[in-house]
Design a protein around this ligand. Sequence first.
Ligand SMILES: Nc1ncnc2c1ncn2[C@@H]1O[C@H](COP(=O)(O)OP(=O)(O)OP(=O)(O)O)[C@@H](O)[C@H]1O
Ligand SMILES: [Mg+2]
Length: 394
Amino acid sequence: MNCEKGGCNPEQRIEQPVEEDDKYFIVVHQGTIASGELVIKDAKKRDFLAQKYNLLCFKTEAAGALADFPCLVIQGISDYCDSHKNNNWHGFAAAAAAAYARRLFFHMPTEIEEETSIKPTAFDLQSYLPGIRQISKFIARKEELTEMQEALQPTVRPHRRRAVVLHGLGGIGKTQLALEYAQQHHEHYSTKIWLEARNETTINQSFTRLAEQILQKEQVTYIQTAVDSQDQSIILNAVKRWLDKPANKSWLIIYDNYDYHDLDNAHTEDEEFLGISGQITVSMNLRGQEKEVRSQSYDIRKYFPKADHGTIIITSRVSSRKLGRPIKISKLKSLDDCLEILASNSGRNIIDDPAAVDLAKRLNRLPLALASAGAYLRQVPINYTKYLQDYKKS
Ligand SMILES: Nc1ncnc2c1ncn2[C@@H]1O[C@H](COP(=O)(O)OP(=O)(O)OP(=O)(O)O)[C@@H](O)[C@H]1O
Ligand SMILES: [Mg+2]
């Protein structure tokens, strides 16, 4: 607004002649710059704040940036902080800032770059993993763990992202394997994150929990603002921004139970498995259930951080090459491992018990079935023979 429109008293005007050969044409001021989200157009408020906090000027650009990471904001001053606010000097201010920044680089020691790469706070896998059964003893899977290690070790794609997809039947042990890998290799990763990727609701809930978890360890203004907004897409972008930081490279994220998607037009392995064994009714039920959940399918890549670093493990009943190196998780090979799962879940001795061996075979060497049978036997006072008889009858 010009003086005429604003009703300013022309008597009060101080003329400032501008001559380019004036040696005071560019003046350097040094002092405190107030930074905030709101533009101040009230001259009285401006003067009050300037006096109270001994301020040189006000600005809105890059507001809060300093609170997020150590940085130097270089900005040209172009404007009045009152009703005379205008855009006339933006070009000049931008050129002055660019020229200053350029000069500054010539004086900056290169070590500063390393000093400012402050590592974000590290933290471990959430102690509370909703819906995941904590097992007392992890059994077998040595080959799979080695295959994962080979695919995820830093030499495979130096300084770039590495990803695997653990795929296999429901209950085969994908989630437990991913958690075991994270625990065995915890020293290689600064941050271990578990996200429930079953559908978009659960994955968004996981991101919100993760944002809160980050805030417990580290004060990150943009994550705090996102959490306060309660807007899921803002929270997702804020957490992704945190994971994208160049100094935050060594995280491990487990996207668990990403079972329903069609990225490669693949069939679930449950379908294949049940089809082969001729259990048509079960297969049909499963297909019905799947049809319902398929409507919730989504592209998980939207939930990946953008920067090409970090390590990702996806567990899924569906194999996909688009997301990472596929690793098939099969039924347990060794009968001894099956018996060990039965024993550790039932708390019973199984040595030389032919009924236990028979049961392990009947349960198709499927870890979930073995663990469930074991858990049942821990509660109910019947032996393996009786359980087997009941199982055969059912
Ligand atoms: N290596 C293992 N050692 C001991 N118990 C295991 C192992 N793998 C799986 N289990 C048992 O089997 C159960 C099911 O395993 P898990 O949840 O990992 O299967 P999943 O393949 O992820 O299944 P879903 O596709 O339904 O998510 C576990 O709760 C655990 O009791
Ligand atoms: Mg699982």
